[in-house]
Design a protein around this ligand. Structure first.
Ligand SMILES: [Zn+2]
Length: 109
């Protein structure tokens, strides 16, 4: 387990480095073994495709490429910036994530 990465699917994120720096998005998928994040509309790469059976005309295909997880942070709407998250363990044993900057609870149960 990569405990230092507290992101989950559907979390709002902000890119903190690279050519997409400052852009906000949403987590679509996390590949924890490769430490990559797939995010909606980020890091779109256009690829030229040669004509084949599926695509007889060929052409340009747009694809979302994963970003390394260290290049994104949780985006806190209240703080309006990328923030670090902390964990609180509830009496029920459930873990709740919170924004370390403003204290906003992220996982409500
Ligand atoms: Zn916050």
């Amino acid at each position: 387990m990569l405990r230092k990465y507290k992101l989950k699917k559907d979390d709002p994120i902000i890119v903190i480095s690279g050519k997409e720096k400052g852009k906000t998005s949403k987590v679509l998928k996390i590949d924890r073994t490769k430490e990559k994040v797939f995010a909606e509309g980020l890091n779109i790469v256009k690829r030229h495709v040669k004509p084949n059976q599926l695509n007889p005309e060929g052409g340009i295909v747009e694809k979302e490429m994963p970003i390394h997880i260290s290049n994104v942070m949780y985006y806190c709407k209240k703080c309006d910036k990328g923030v670090r998250l902390g964990y609180k363990v509830l009496e029920s044993g459930n873990k709740q994530r919170f924004c370390k900057s403003c204290g906003e609870i992220i996982d409500k149960d």
